[in-house]
Design a binder for this molecule. Structure first.
Ligand SMILES: Nc1ccn([C@@H]2O[C@H](COP(=O)(O)OP(=O)(O)OP(=O)(O)O)[C@@H](O)[C@H]2O)c(=O)n1
Ligand SMILES: C[C@](O)(CO)[C@H](O)COP(=O)(O)O
Length: 398
């Protein structure tokens, strides 16, 4: 009986010394250098940990740096204990492949720790395209390609349209790539610089999917500087603005609820929830700023669950969507439009209550009121309208 359904693992090779970056010194290897507050390796592991099609992450590290690895205190359900690599990248990958449980793993990805900007799209693409043996991401060559075996004199110009620059992750059916690596270790003197070349040498089919210029390998000091700038830019917050507008009609009653404040009145607002038109409009403004739909989509009036509900719940939900993106609500500007009841005496309480629900300072909340000079439905006292503008800051994704 099979142990479990076939799974997908990624081997992250991180056992190199980074000699080209460190100019032969014993400085921290590139995979342990920081990009913002996390090491290159942690960024690389996170990219796979958050991918739905990856079940197991196996880091391969050098014995010499195992205490540095332990000091990262990495922990994730998908992350296996690291294994010790070899003297070359090829040898490190081979160690990783030998440590994998062949009865569980159907597909294996092999990735350089030194490529921390690997995207979810590339991970999905190589997995999908590896069904006939293997698949790798690769970029077309944009410079003219010269062949110069002695490194100083051009012997010929190659047809660049037929050449591609290989990236990782490289995805393979597990059994054939393990066999190919075993055969290469026993029978070949060549040191292969990637796993696709071992697969090709062993006669496996390897497909190409479109690579990503951002998925650059950190090799030299200038690559690390560029990666730090890029990570900084990725973490930058952008300001977004949203608007909201809502109307509720009056019906017989004895109070209205506005901004969470109960205001005695000879009518009430009609609605499925507590009909707090002020909180609804702020909630919608936040959804607008996030481009996350509207209040009706998140809390359908057809759903009995929201009947007579305190509208603070809706506003808390909208704010939680900002927080989930590690963003913040910067300010709220609310205008309530009605002839009666008089809003002015309640503005301070509303302002504080909205600030409390949103967990921001009351200096970031403005509550204003106006009449419509007896014009239109609000002028005739048929209901209350409210509009709001909010600004938020969230990490820029585009
Ligand atoms: N013996 C080795 C050599 C390399 N790698 C890993 O393979 C990836 C790609 O290799 P490379 O960029 O060449 O890294 P280094 O070998 O560290 O760099 P250099 O060649 O400049 O020394 C890196 O994530 C590196 O840590 C490895 O696991 N084991
Ligand atoms: C695997 C690789 O990143 C694909 O481009 C590359 O071959 C690694 O080469 P390196 O010399 O080990 O950096």
């Amino acid at each position: 009986m099979p142990k479990s359904k076939p799974q997908t693992a990624v081997i992250i090779v991180a056992a190199g010394s980074g000699s080209r970056l460190n100019n032969g010194t014993t400085d921290l290897p590139k995979q342990y250098q920081l990009l913002d507050e996390k090491s290159v390796l942690e960024h690389t592991i996170s990219a796979f940990a958050s991918h739905a099609h990856i079940d197991i992450i196996l880091p391969v590290i050098s014995r010499e740096h195992s205490s540095i690895y332990q000091s990262l205190a990495l922990s994730h359900p998908k992350l296996s204990a690291p294994i010790i690599g070899g003297a070359s990248r090829q040898a490190s990958v081979f160690e990783g492949l030998n440590a994998i449980d062949a009865e569980v793993i159907k597909t294996v990805l092999i990735h350089d720790a030194a490529r921390p900007f690997v995207s979810a799209q590339i991970i999905s693409d190589v997995i999908k395209s590896s069904k006939n043996g293997g698949a790798i991401p690769a970029l077309p060559i944009t410079d003219t390609l010269k062949f110069a075996p002695n490194k100083t004199q051009i012997s010929k110009t190659l047809d660049r349209s037929q050449h591609f620059a290989a990236q990782t992750p490289q995805a393979f059916d597990f059994d054939p790539i393990l066999s190919a690596h075993k055969k290469a270790a026993l029978q070949s003197d060549v040191e292969f610089t990637d796993d696709a070349s071992i697969a090709e040498w062993a006669g496996l089919n390897v497909a190409i999917v479109r690579g990503d210029p951002n998925n650059k390998k950190i090799t030299f000091a200038e690559d690390l500087a560029e990666a730090r700038t890029k990570m900084n830019d990725n973490n930058k917050l952008e300001t977004r603005v949203g608007t909201g507008y809502d109307v509720h009609a009056f019906e017989p009653g004895n109070e209205v609820i506005l901004g969470g404040i109960h205001i005695p009145f000879d009518k009430k607002l009609k609605g499925h929830s507590d009909a707090d038109v002020a909180l609804h409009t702020i909630t919608d403004a936040i959804y607008g700023a996030l481009a996350a739909g509207d209040i009706g989509q998140h809390f359908p009036p057809s759903d009995d669950k929201w009947k007579n509900k305190d509208s603070a719940v809706f506003l808390e939900h909208a704010v939680s969507l900002i927080n989930a993106q590690l963003g913040r609500l910067v300010n709220v500007d609310l205008t309530i439009i009605c002839e009666q009841p008089k809003i002015g005496p309640h503005c301070v309480a509303m302002r504080q209550n909205i600030a409390n629900i949103c967990k921001i300072a009351n200096s970031r909340v403005s509550v204003k009121a106006t009449t419509s000079e007896k014009l239109g439905f609000t002028g005739r006292g048929e209901g209350i309208a409210a509009q709001a503008v909010v600004s938020i800051e969230v990490p820029s994704k585009d």
